[in-house]
Each structure stands twice: as C-alpha cells, then as structure tokens.
Ligand binder design. Structure first.
Ligand SMILES: [Zn+2]
Ligand SMILES: [Zn+2]
Length: 188
C-alpha cells in the first residue's frame, strides 16, 4: 500500500489512482485496536506526540475533540481509560481560594472563582496605607484636624489624593479648603 504524509499525518491511498481517496493510518490503526469502526467524533491521540508513529501502543482513542482539547490543556483533568479502550478527559472542579466554593477553572492559573472574589482578595492584600500604619479612622481624623493634609500625607508617605480618597471611603470629615489659612490668622 502506498502511504504519504499529509499535515504530518501518514495517509494511505484507497482509490486506484485518485489522490483524493485516502484514509488516515492512525485512524485505521485505532480501529484495529478497538476492533470496531471509529465514531465520527472520536479523536485518535498519539501518545508520544509524534503524528507519524502509528504503532498501536502509540494510539489512544479519545471520546471527543473536547476531551482531546482538555487532555492537551494545562488544566487539572481527570483522565479515565475505559475497558472498551476509549479515553475520557474531564475537567476537575477546584476550590476557590477566597470563598471556598467549587468551580471549574477556565485556565491552569485560575485559582479564584469570580471577579467578586478576586476584588475581595485584592482588597485583603492591599490594606489602606493608614491601616498599614496601625491608625484607626478616628486617629486619622484627629491627625487631619490637628495638621494640614500636606503634613499628614508627608508623615504617612502617601499623596494628598490618597488621603482624600481614604477620607471619602471611610466617611471622615476633614478640614475644608482655607481652614489652615484662617487658623493661621487666628480666625477659627
Ligand atoms: Zn493528542
Ligand atoms: Zn470564590
């Protein structure tokens, strides 16, 4: 039988002279191994990754393209080799590192289930600068009524914008514009 390569796969001509009639050798081998015809959706996987190594030990039949895709993905998967010779590959749910719920990850690096959990996680690892300094919101309020914002910002090593955002977030009332100028003039 005359074989030739097609997209790295070995094919064998089945017609008398037409090169359009061919069959994949790995699919023929897989059918030999299973002892039946392959179903249209079934995929033949080359164990060693070499598409032209069609020894029977190197051929594995997977249930579907989706199973084959999962097999080659970097996701954590459950590979089952069934008695009839067909391999199934299922995605394994993992536990969300934040809420503890089980979910099926979309990539190998995903460890958090949702945007909500991801935001909660970020908030937890990025504490407020003021909290980092061990200051309560009351202490920050006191600081801001005793010192100009610029001085407090300098002391904490953050920008005045950061202080303003912190106050807004925690509902801290701080001196308005002109307060310190008036105070300097003994008007407050
Ligand atoms: Zn494969
Ligand atoms: Zn979660």
């Amino acid at each position: 039988m005359k074989t030739r390569k097609m997209n790295d796969y070995v094919v064998v001509s089945t017609g008398s002279n037409s090169s359009d009639d061919y069959e994949y050798v790995h699919r023929q081998g897989a059918e030999l191994k299973l002892g039946r015809k392959l179903n249209p959706g079934e995929v033949v996987h080359h164990v060693d990754g070499k598409k032209d190594n069609n020894t029977l030990e190197n051929l594995e039949v997977m249930r579907s393209h989706a199973d084959h895709g999962r097999f080659h993905s970097k996701n954590t998967v459950l590979i089952r080799r069934h008695e009839d010779g067909v391999v199934t590959v299922d995605t394994v749910p993992i536990v969300c590192g934040v809420c503890g719920d089980e979910f099926v990850p979309r990539s190998a690096t995903q460890t958090i289930c949702s945007k909500k959990c991801s935001d909660a996680h970020l908030a937890a690892i990025k504490p407020d600068t003021c909290t980092q300094h061990g200051l309560s919101t009351d202490q920050v309020r006191t600081l801001l009524w005793e010192n100009p914002c610029t001085a407090v910002a300098k002391e904490l090593g953050v920008s005045e914008t950061a202080i303003r955002k912190y106050c807004k977030k925690h509902g801290i009332d701080k001196p308005g514009p002109g307060y310190w100028a008036k105070k300097a003039a003994e008007l407050v």
